[in-house]
Design a binder for this molecule. Structure first.
Ligand code: HEM
Ligand code: SF4
Ligand code: SF4
Length: 515
């Protein structure tokens, strides 16, 4: 499993680097796949509502009404039909890629299982919507789908009378199944919407809207495609004639050719097995669980910064329980906590300047206490061998350990978002290093979603807790690179060392004002 993940990761990193050339780092479509899924869903829903105005839900008139949409009103309803189809195809593409990318980033194991196991049924509903949609046109492709699908379902021992009998010839055809399909095609998207909503419930500020340029560019591409290559039907269904050849939509109907090769029973086992494996993936193998973040009421002043910054909605602010003079206190929901430490980086009490032997902030990860980070920082200062001293605070997921050399010491943590900016001030003002670099995942790849962005904002004065103004910015770097970009990181380190060489030596040990 690990090999597959790594292989996929390399492929995605290459593709992302390529896309970045055209779209830049902030509008890379591969970084917005989930949001594009939402976007395409809304396009499909909007165009679907418009098409429904003209669609005749009776089996005898359905085809004619779709022809009216396509031919007579080609300029509006026809374009809506094409958009409906192409946005549905795009939805399948982005959702499958989104699933593969989240898998490659390993953002599914341990407590993160929730988005994955709610995503699998959402994917199922994407297919239910698409297949039932093709059925409604009631052309030759719909006829093929109707017969193949009902024969496939007849393999199951649930139906007394074979349901494929409905489509034996034109005399056996009843509107019953057709009405069922119309019903499914309307209600499946509603179920899907509920699932999509549940899917992101553990994501604070989930990215459900792609950036405007990407949204406009994508919609424009779909509109152009709709004019250049409008969606059409494949001639009316006729149950007295077996459709010889039908044009295929490989995005939705990909399993249909298998029906001709694999016996129905075996195909059911294959599909059920594949779904079961997909659902079990978060536990293959089980993730090592560390302890969730813990609040220390003695040090929590109820400022709610951890609540604002937690990427997984794992913190709530509740009425004070210890009688102290603050209105609220932070409360961690252990089931939602992903052990990222981002809350520690946001807590104003997490400062290394305090003299107390045991530094206990308002919130911290019991297995990676902030006191230990201070000790590692002090130890790092003693382990430089030569040259300008670069202390790198790196996240565990971006592969930055390889930066270590005679003049560089790497201290790792779950996410760069765990680093309170006061540590940078501490290390420089105590002359523990000549320069500080914070190395994390690329903009689009942050393993803990928002940690990298919050770090960027804190260093650049956009988010509390800020990096203090007295810190010499020339001695601080933020590197956000893809894990495979070893050479880019090495180059950044060498450039930083050269830049530090140009600066006067770091000043003598000073005293932090909080001391
Ligand atoms: C209807 C289809 C889907 C839509 C619209 C959708 C949308 C989203 C969105 C908006 C996010 C949040 C991204 C962020 O802000 O970080 C997300 C996260 C995620 N999705 Fe989906 N998704 C869909 C289907 C799936 C499927 C089929 C899977 C896999 C089986 C999946 C797995 C995940 C995972 C693992 C995460 C991230 C979890 C984490 O960061 O802890 N999604 N999805
Ligand atoms: S950031 Fe720290 S002090 Fe503020 S509410 Fe959270 S735990 Fe309490
Ligand atoms: S460790 Fe991460 S997920 Fe857990 S409470 Fe803190 S910020 Fe939220």
């Amino acid at each position: 499993m690990g090999v597959l993940k790594r292989l996929l990761r390399i492929l995605f990193e290459r593709a992302e680097a390529l896309f970045e050339l055209g779209f830049g780092p902030h509008h890379n479509p591969l970084a917005w796949l989930g949001a594009l899924g939402w976007y395409f869903f809304w396009i499909v829903a909007g165009t679907g509502i418009y098409l429904y105005i003209f669609f005749d839900t009776g089996i005898t008139d359905a085809y004619a009404s779709v022809e009216y949409i396509t031919v007579d009103q080609w300029y509006l309803a026809g374009v809506a039909r094409s958009l409906h189809r192409y946005a549905s195809d795009a939805l399948v593409i982005v959702v499958v890629l989104h699933m593969a990318r989240e898998f490659s980033l390993d953002r599914l194991r341990g407590k993160r299982f929730f988005a994955w196991v709610t995503g699998v049924p959402a994917l199922f509903f994407v297919y239910v919507c698409g297949i039932s949609g093709y059925w409604l046109v009631w052309d030759r492709l719909a006829q093929y789908i109707a017969i193949a699908t009902t024969e496939f379902f007849d393999v199951l021992p649930f139906f007394g009378e074979p349901i494929a009998n409905n489509f034996l010839d034109s005399t056996t055809l009843s509107g019953r199944f057709f009405t069922l399909m119309v019903f499914i095609h309307i209600f499946a998207p509603l179920f899907m919407l509920v699932l999509m909503w549940v899917h992101i419930q553990r994501h604070a500020g989930a990215k459900v809207n792609p950036p405007r340029p990407l949204a406009i560019g994508t919609a424009a591409t779909l509109i152009v495609l709709s004019f250049v290559h409008p969606a059409t039907s494949q001639g009316p269904a006729d149950l007295d004639v077996v459709p010889a050849e039908v044009g295929f939509d490989w995005f939705y109907l990909v399993i249909y050719p298998l029906l001709d090769i694999v016996p129905g029973g075996q195909l059911w086992l294959l599909l059920i097995g594949a779904a079961a494996i997909l659902l079990l993936l978060p536990w293959l193998p089980p993730a090592k669980q560390t302890a969730a973040a813990v609040v220390s009421l003695d040090n929590c002043n109820g400022c709610a910064r951890c609540f604002d910054d937690c990427p997984f909605s794992a913190i709530t602010m509740v009425p004070r329980s210890d009688g102290k003079g603050y209105a609220t206190e932070a409360l961690v929901n252990v089931d939602n906590c992903m052990r990222c430490g981002v809350c520690v980086g946001s807590c104003p009490t997490a400062t290394p300047f305090r003299r107390a032997t045991a530094i206990v902030p308002g919130i911290e990860l019991p297995e990676q206490p902030i006191g230990a980070l201070r000790e590692k920082t002090l130890a790092a200062a003693k382990s430089f061998v030569k040259g300008r001293r670069i202390l790198v605070y790196a996240c565990e997921h971006c592969g930055s350990e390889t930066l270590q050399d005679d003049g560089t010491v790497v201290v790792t943590m779950p996410c760069t978002g765990m680093l309170p900016p006061s540590f940078i001030d501490f290390a420089l003002s105590r002359n523990l290093a000549d320069g500080i670099a914070i190395a994390g995942c690329a903009d689009s790849d942050c393993y803990f979603r928002l940690g990298g962005d919050w770090t960027d904002d804190r260093l650049n004065g956009r988010r509390d807790p800020y990096l203090r103004r007295r810190v010499d910015r020339e001695r601080v770097r933020l590197w956000r690179t893809r894990s495979a970009a070893t050479r880019a990181r090495d180059r950044a380190r060498d450039e930083f060392r050269a830049a530090l060489q140009e600066l006067p030596k770091n000043r003598k040990p000073g005293r932090g004002t909080d001391d």
